[in-house]
Design a protein around this ligand. Structure first.
Ligand SMILES: [Zn+2]
Length: 302
């Protein structure tokens, strides 16, 4: 009898504890609801459907590279920086962000350790299949956010050649990484790779991967060894000027400059996402163009 009484009252206490803790847990879950992820790979299949709906079909493809970045920055600097900027931008203006992508043009760094340089044909084929697959999954507007200067010719070319044959999606390229002016005064003039700006931004994105003490162990000065005028282009130009794959002075970097430039970059991507969302002209005229291009002789001026 005593035992029974005890056990039923324990049961009551247990129930009360269970009930109150479940209320508490429920309350906590409601107040600290996890943010709806912008990461493609973190969404469940059904959440992905909701993500595409929220983003109005706008998906970001942050494009990095794996290459030497002076003596003091990690090989993945461009990938890490562009993902930091794109993910923060998508948090502010919702867009689904594609996973790590770094299969771009980097032939000019093949002489340095750790560089991943895919062949020309594969770069284009892989990018096409990637955007095709993104579009098949509802990304009807794909904004490639470029984090690597060596892609400056590749990406506009890729976008131009989307006119080759009909696609039910539009490729946009956002190719800015640093502001022209404003913010803390810069100390260096040459600053094209792993220099003042890039090192400063990395101090914001991944400070634990920056080694400022090593920044002066190699020269990032312009060697100016090519004696032809700048209006004649050759692929070896970069090596003639910056053979150590370093352009500028990483030692001049500061967190203040990094904060200014990174915020500028994030805000610029936010504005780009907003413009792409609002753009109903490109999809419409691209469709019209594809249709007309099947019978050019019938196309008349209006
Ligand atoms: Zn870089």
């Amino acid at each position: 009898m005593t035992t029974r009484t005890l056990s039923s009252s324990s049961l009551c206490i247990l129930l009360a504890i269970t009930l109150s803790s479940s209320i508490l847990l429920h309350g906590q879950a409601a107040s600290s609801q996890p943010k709806f992820s912008v990461h493609w790979e973190e969404l469940t299949a059904s959440d992905f459907r909701e993500g595409i709906h929220r983003s109005q079909g706008v998906c970001l493809l942050p494009f990095g590279i794996i290459e030497k970045h002076g003596p003091h920055l990690p090989l993945g600097t461009d990938l890490l920086d562009v993902r930091y900027a794109a993910l923060h931008a998508a948090d502010k203006e919702y867009a689904v962000v594609f996973p790590e992508y770094y299969f771009g043009q980097i032939a000019e760094a093949k002489h340095e350790p750790g560089t991943m340089a895919y062949s020309r044909g594969l770069q284009l084929a892989l990018l096409q299949e990637t955007t095709d697959e993104m579009a098949r999954n509802g990304c009807k507007k794909i904004l490639i956010v470029n984090g690597h200067g060596g892609n400056d010719s590749l990406l506009p070319y890729f976008a131009q050649t989307q006119l080759d044959k009909p696609h039910d999606y539009v490729v946009y390229v956002f190719n800015e990484r640093s502001p022209d002016h404003g913010g803390p005064q810069k100390k260096t003039k040459i600053d094209m790779h792993a220099g003042e700006s890039e090192t400063s931004k990395m101090m914001i994105a991944h400070p634990e991967l920056v080694h400022p003490d090593r920044a002066t162990s190699e020269s990032g000065a312009d060697q100016a060894r090519q004696k032809i005028s700048e209006d004649i282009y050759t692929g070896i130009w970069w090596y003639t000027r910056f053979p150590f794959h370093y352009s500028g002075e990483g030692a001049a970097a500061t967190k203040e400059l990094g904060e200014y430039q990174m915020n500028w970059w994030i805000d610029s991507i936010v504005k780009a996402i907003q413009q792409v969302k609002a753009d109903d002209v490109s999809p419409k005229l691209q469709k019209e163009f594809y249709e007309k291009s099947t019978h050019p002789l019938d196309t008349q001026p209006q």
